[in-house]
Design a protein around this ligand. Structure first.
Ligand SMILES: [Ca+2]
Length: 461
């Protein structure tokens, strides 16, 4: 359902087809009491008394043309846009010295009426049953002109002129300053003139310059439409990519999880994609914003801490939830008189063994498990360190395990006393890579690879 309001008519479209019009009460051109109407869309009361829900509502500050409404209703992609509508326009209708200037109808058929969005219906009708009676510009002479200032430079690929009565011939002109005009083409007037350009006209100003009249009759230009090509193909793909990514991240509008830039860029891009009046410039801006947001996703918020405990000396590493320990896994610690037996979730080695393939789902502490060597201490050498008490004075054994295989200096090498560690009795069973299905495991590896690529790319930038 589409409601369109212009200067003096309100139209109701159902499924893309004109269904009803609310026009002014009088057809009399000088009935000033009923000449103007105001179209107010009561946004705050839409839906009152409706037994149901409105899922989608779009509000435009320009009148949608019948062609555009039909396009959208049929689910067709928007490929062009009239960028002259509701900009600025003026015409030279009369000559100096003409008599009867102060005539009502002459005052009504002014320049801006030809860019007010009130043109033909789909079947070409433009009488008072479907539109405003005087929604056209009227030029009295062969050299009368109509010019439009689109307010910024545009790439015009097509111009459509809808006439109530066309001149015999006219010229299309462009200008960079609105003062000096350059001829583009001379055209013979028809009911509707459609002029296409293989190379778009790069211009801010457009003029219809009359050349000759038809049977000395005035010409009536109901609407001049200047079209710019719009291509939303790339934007559509990006919107789909963003939807997939948001779903993958579990992000919603209510819970953005720190991905605000992506959520905002997606909302803007989706809005531009669905906006039937979005200009190519806006489409490209939205594309860039969403592309940037997708390429610069913040590091995952959900981190887990794994604390490695070697006889009370702790080293913590942070990694993404659901990742395998992989390169974060430390080198085997050494302890004189003992043999390192591996890492375990329990201090006494009775818990779950932890390896580089262990998938970490939550904060956890893992313990180095040692087994005492059977070789007794040499009684003749009392200076030899007591393996049970390595911190005894005279001992040169380092307190911390040596980890030469870890090149990443960003990782904390000192235990952090503020970091919470999970007590063994609070720990839940740990999933290990070995127990995962191969598909899930491959997925994790792929995710890890993608993160690395993202980081490298950032550095190159
Ligand atoms: Ca009009």
């Amino acid at each position: 359902m589409t409601v369109v309001g212009t200067q003096q008519v309100t139209k109701l479209y159902i499924n893309g087809k004109l269904s009803k019009t609310l026009s002014r009460l009088s057809d009399n051109e000088t009935d000033y009491a009923h000449l103007l109407s105001t179209f107010v869309f009561p946004l705050t009361t839409i839906g009152e008394g409706l037994n149901g829900k409105i899922a989608d509502i779009k509000v435009y500050n320009k009148a949608l043309s019948p062609e555009k409404i039909s396009e959208v209703a049929d689910g067709k992609a928007v490929k062009e846009l009239n960028v002259s509508q509701a900009t600025a326009a003026a015409g030279t209708a009369q000559h100096k010295g003409d008599t009867n200037q102060d005539v009502d109808w002459k005052k009504l058929r002014v320049g801006w009426k030809a860019i007010d969005g009130d043109g033909n219906t789909l079947d070409g009708k433009h009488d008072t049953s479907v539109s405003e009676k005087d929604s056209y510009f009227e030029g009295a002479h062969a050299d009368s002109t109509f010019a439009v200032d689109m307010l910024k430079e545009q790439e015009i690929s097509k111009i459509v002129l809808q006439w109530d009565r066309s001149p015999q011939s006219f010229k299309i002109q462009t200008s960079t300053d609105g003062k000096t005009w350059t001829d583009v083409k001379t055209v013979t007037g028809e009911n509707v003139n459609t002029i296409t350009f293989e190379t778009p006209l790069h211009t801010r100003y457009l003029k219809m310059q009359g050349v000759s009249l038809r049977n000395k009759e005035t010409f009536k230009l109901r609407e001049l439409e200047a079209y710019e090509a719009v291509d939303k193909t790339e934007l559509g793909k990006l919107v789909e990519d963003a939807e997939k990514k948001l779903e993958e991240l579990g992000v919603t509008f209510a819970d953005r999880k720190g991905y605000d830039a992506l959520v905002e860029a997606y909302a803007e891009a989706n809005s531009v994609y669905e906006n039937a009046l979005a200009e190519q410039e806006k489409v490209e801006e939205a594309e860039k914003m969403l592309k940037d947001a997708l390429a610069n996703l913040p590091e995952k918020e959900e981190k887990v801490t794994v604390t490695f405990d070697v006889d009370g000396t702790e080293t913590a590493v942070k990694l993404d939830k659901g990742e395998v320990l992989g390169d974060n896994f430390p080198a085997d610690p050494a302890k004189e008189g003992f043999t390192f037996k591996g890492w375990n979730t329990e201090k006494d080695g009775t818990g779950v063994q932890v390896t580089a393939d262990t998938v970490v789902e939550e904060d956890m502490t893992v313990y180095a498990v040692f087994e005492k060597n059977s070789e007794p201490t040499d009684p003749e050498n009392p200076d030899k360190p007591d393996p049970e008490n390595p911190n005894k004075p005279g001992t040169e054994k380092p307190e911390k395990p040596d980890k030469p295989s870890q090149p990443d200096t960003n990782k904390p090498s000192q235990p952090n006393p503020n970091k919470p560690t999970v007590k063994p009795e609070e720990q839940k069973p740990v999933k290990t890579g070995d127990t995962q299905s191969p598909i899930w495991y491959l997925g994790l590896m792929a995710a890890a690879g993608a993160v690395v690529i993202g980081k490298r790319k950032k550095k190159e930038d």
